[in-house]
Design a protein around this ligand. Structure first.
Ligand SMILES: NC(=O)c1ccc[n+]([C@@H]2O[C@H](COP(=O)([O-])OP(=O)(O)OC[C@H]3O[C@@H](n4cnc5c(N)ncnc54)[C@H](O)[C@@H]3O)[C@@H](O)[C@H]2O)c1
Length: 339
């Protein structure tokens, strides 16, 4: 079967990871590099091979194009994905799906109407530690889940925001640490534990007050439909990017993902290293190492016309519902029902 025709929209820091993944899986050929900054589009086209343009509509007109990768600022994701599916193309969208839940729902409707796929890049679900934790939880061997905790303690300085042109403002980023950095952890929490029903949370701006309009710190209590309770804390005010920490407390023990390792603690504190994320990545460690897998799974699915092992938008929406619920809870002081 012929390789898939691809356009990369947004040639900033993360697009290199996408290009490498496409080259590694050998199932796609990049036809277009698109960036509103001409130099960026041109330089990627020269480096990797392909045509370039500054307006994605031009790439969408290409009959050889099967899908787009959307690697642009958050506020552009929704319209770009909707235009892509309306043009008969599939879309692989970097997280978050959109700057708010309503926009993401419109994306899902457009995908359905056009019978095209919009897949969200929550690559950390494919980390060996996440997959193994899911397998152990689903096997039932540790009993029912009682609780979960997720901690994200990262460092972002003022340059990260002021030099980007789009981060740090609600209009263009959609929020701060919650929607940008911590959304991966919130997604893992709901993917491993189940659907969240209610949320109480708080957001605030502390170390980056005066630099950004959005929050640099957030915390929440999550009430799951299955009775489990979750606690969550995220900040960009730490002095380093620590590995995320995730712990699932079950009737007969705990699973802990920390420093890229999955530890199983059976009753009596007997600790066993179950597995670790050992693959090396040439990119930022906190991006994880699983973009390759997420993109390969999507391409396999397009070629085989099956939906196994991908993260379609409907599924990816859950994390955005949690984010949205925390913002609403923070602004109203109330417990919010999200499902
Ligand atoms: N999954 C992950 O772990 C991960 C890691 C990093 C970034 N991301 C996500 O990837 C996306 C991009 O992040 P980034 O760090 O590469 O940002 P970036 O600012 O480095 O790059 C964004 C690019 O989009 C281009 N752009 C802006 N408007 C455009 C338009 N109208 N048409 C075409 N191009 C346009 C910019 O010129 C820029 O080159 C964001 O959604 C971010 O949250 C995800």
């Amino acid at each position: 079967m012929e390789s898939l025709g691809v356009a990369i929209i947004g040639c900033g820091s993360v697009h290199h990871v996408h290009v490498d993944a496409i080259k590694n899986n050998g199932m796609g050929r990049i036809l277009w590099f698109v960036d509103s900054e001409e130099e960026r589009a041109k330089s990627s086209a020269q480096k990797y091979g392909g045509k370039w343009c500054t307006n994605y509509s031009k790439a969408l007109e290409d009959p050889k194009l099967d899908l787009v990768h959307i690697c642009t600022p958050h506020y552009l994701h929704a319209q770009m994905a909707i235009d892509a599916v309306n043009a008969g193309k599939h879309a692989f969208v970097e997280k978050p799906a959109a700057t708010n839940l309503e926009a993401a729902k419109l994306m899902a409707e457009s995908a359905k109407k056009n019978n095209k796929l919009i897949v969200i890049c929550f690559q950390n679900r494919y980390n060996p530690t996440s997959l193994k934790a899911k397998e152990i939880i689903d096997s039932g061997e540790l009993g029912k889940i009682k609780g979960v905790k997720g901690l994200v303690t990262w460092f972002r300085d003022s340059d990260y925001y002021t030099l980007s042109g789009w981060r740090g403002s609600f209009d263009t980023e959609g929020g701060g640490v919650l929607i940008n950095q911590a959304i991966h952890t919130l997604d893992l929490m709901q993917w491993l534990v189940g659907e969240v029903e209610h949320i109480e949370g708080n957001v605030s701006t502390r170390a980056l007050k005066g630099v950004i309009d959005v929050e640099d710190t957030a915390d929440a209590t999550l009430y799951f439909k299955n009775g489990a309770r979750g606690i969550f804390y995220a900040t960009n005010c730490y002095t380093d990017n620590s590995p995320i920490e995730l712990e699932i407390h079950m009737e007969k023990g705990k699973l802990r993902i920390s420093s890229g390792e999955l530890i199983r603690i059976d009753d009596g504190e007997h600790k066993v290293l179950v597995n670790e994320n050992s693959e090396q990545s040439p990119y930022k460690s906190y991006w994880g190492k699983s973009h390759d897998i997420a993109i390969r799974k999507f391409y396999e699915c397009l070629k085989q016309n099956s939906k196994t092992d991908i993260i379609p938008l409907d599924d990816g929406l859950e994390a955005l519902k949690i984010v949205d619920g925390i913002y609403k809870s923070s602004s109203t002081g109330k417990k919010i029902k999200i499902n």
